[in-house]
Write a protein that binds this ligand. Structure first.
Ligand code: FAD
Ligand code: NAD
Length: 468
């Protein structure tokens, strides 16, 4: 029986990063994955393919809408859905092959099949295509089995017309009318993809805001801007069912007045969150316990209720984000090596890759109000930015929240061009506990979108913005 110091179950961004860090630290490491491709949700049916489609469709949308003003004239502009999806698949393959290479480079043994605990230190791996299961012995295990789309019990998803994000990444036609259930991250990213291609898109959301967990100002601005590309929003609508008859899908909901509202489309995307995935792990055999909503229970060191078994990423508490899973993978590996790593969960940024992009880190204004914290705000609109004028990206703003007494930055919330990258400046500043004035006094290259961060910090510092 093969023996390992550390066995990681699941090869998503949590699992493969944990395996690499374990190998770097000198552990004999195995990685178990049930699918042929490594990379998990993120690389195969999540972050990477969705961003590939968002990029392609943004080009198409711009070619239709803003190119003329740039002086670029096109005729006979058409979308080739097969090429669009094939390119996306190529991007996915390049990334998953890259993980395979990294495993080899770090001498991590990849074991294919479903990992299942026999007991605390023994795992069986059953090949998915049949054949005999192999057994291994391990000192430590890191569970990184991720999540699956949440299903609404009253909706039968046929995965052809009533679909999850996985199928929404592979539609080889432009829907006539896509009805999206859920105005969260997946709902809005996929709504953007198809609205840009010309589909009618209706987003039906249960709460009274889109992206409801982010700072309230971001959802308001995003709703306004996405409205301009034709996405229609039905907020405070409780979905009660979705049925398919032939190629027609009917979604029923109840509006705030208690009236029934029906949506008829050719596709319905159900994007109401994701649920932790632990099927097949046989956790009972190892004594690993759950907490609420099927998540694996872990302590502050990400150790489960069984010593020596850890869990990371979507399968445990916290935001379901690839970079959160990665940080946790590194954290556990370094903990096993006797180091004292640290994760500041407050400073894990959240990003939505619509256009304009949306990002936030730290406390939201709603949270500060609830905490009773004295704070001040500074905002800077992109319409006042020379760089944004040059690219005609005038929607959005950067909003900085700082401690009223000390000026320490408590939260930064942005919507605008390329701010998925700009949020890193806010994370860096907050990690070093910068004040708004610290950032305001740093030189930011001109003209850049990043100047909006400096200006928002100036605005928070005695209302000293220079360009508005
Ligand atoms: P996963 O990536 O889910 O990987 C788990 C792996 O474990 C899978 O490969 C699975 O096959 C394997 N597995 C499960 N059980 C077993 C078993 N018993 N034996 C062997 N293998 C097993 N996050 C971002 O930060 N940025 C984004 O832009 C972003 N976009 C997204 C877009 C979409 C459409 C979706 C669906 C998600 C997106 N996410 C994004 C979320 C991100 O994909 C997840 O947070 C991330 O993948 C979680 O990583 P993980 O390692 O915990 O699990
Ligand atoms: P989400 O939690 O972001 O949004 C789900 C939305 O559905 C919420 O707004 C919720 O109020 C709404 N909802 C729930 N039940 C409903 C109902 N019955 N009727 C109408 N609306 C309902 O979840 P998601 O968009 O499915 O994404 C899942 C996870 O994947 C998220 O945790 C997210 O972090 C991650 N993800 C991240 C990115 C990114 O980082 N850019 C992209 C995609 C997904």
């Amino acid at each position: 029986m093969n023996q390992y110091d550390v066995t990681v179950i699941g090869s998503g961004p949590g699992g493969y990063v944990a395996a690499i860090r374990c190998a770097q630290l000198g552990f004999k490491t195995a990685l178990i994955e049930k699918y042929p491709n490594l990379g998990g949700t993120c690389l195969n049916v999540g972050c990477i393919p969705s961003k590939a489609l968002l990029d392609s469709t943004e080009h198409f949308h711009n070619a239709h809408t803003t190119f003329k003003e740039h002086g670029i004239e096109l005729s006979d502009l058409r979308i080739n859905m097969n090429q669009l999806i094939d390119r996306k698949n190529g991007v996915v393959k390049a990334n998953t092959d890259g993980i395979q290479f990294l495993m080899k480079k770090n001498k991590i043994e990849v074991l294919r099949g479903v990992g299942s605990f026999i007991d605390k230190n023994h795992i069986s791996i059953a090949p998915t295509e049949g054949g005999e299961a192999q057994q291994i012995e391990t000192k430590y295990t890191i569970i990184a089995t991720g999540s699956k789309p949440t299903v609404l019990p009253f909706i039968a998803q046929d995965k052809e017309r009533i679909i999850t994000s996985t199928e929404a990444l592979n539609i080889r036609e432009v829907p006539k009318h896509l009805v999206v259930i859920g105005g969260g991250v997946i709902g809005l990213e996929m709504a953007s993809v198809y609205a840009r291609l010309g589909a009618k898109v209706s987003v039906v959301e249960y709460t009274d805001a889109i992206i409801p967990t982010m700072d309230g100002a971001l959802g308001k601005e995003l709703k306004r801007v996405l409205g301009k590309i034709g996405i229609q929003f039905f907020l405070s609508h409780k979905v009660t069912g979705a049925t398919r008859a032939g190629d027609v899908v009917t979604v029923t909901s109840t509006n705030p007045k208690g009236e029934e509202v029906k949506f008829e489309g050719d596709y319905c995307l159900v994007a109401v969150g994701r649920s932790p995935y632990t099927q097949g792990l046989n956790l009972e055999a190892a004594g690993v316990q759950f907490e609420e909503r099927g998540r694996i229970k872990v302590d502050e060191h990400l150790q489960t209720t069984t010593p020596g078994i850890y869990a990371i990423g979507d399968v445990i508490r916290g935001a379901m984000l690839a970079h959160k899973a990665e940080e946790e993978g590194v954290y556990v590996a370094e903990t096993l090596a006797g180091q004292k790593p640290h994760i500041n969960y407050l400073l894990i940024p959240g990003v939505v890759y619509t256009w304009p992009e949306v990002a936030g880190v730290g406390y939201t204004e709603e949270q500060l109000k609830e905490m009773g914290k004295a704070y001040k705000t500074g905002s800077f609109p992109f319409r006042a930015s020379g760089r944004a004028r040059a690219s005609m990206d005038l929607d959005g703003f950067v909003k900085v929240l700082a401690d009223k007494e000390t000026d320490e930055i408590l939260g930064v919330h942005m919507i605008g061009p390329r701010i998925a990258d700009l949020i890193a400046e806010a994370v860096t500043a907050m990690e070093f506990r910068a004040s708004a004035e610290d950032v305001a006094r740093m030189s930011h290259a001109h003209p850049t979108y990043a100047e909006a961060m400096k200006e928002a910090c100036l605005a928070a510092t005695e209302n000293r913005a220079l360009h508005m």
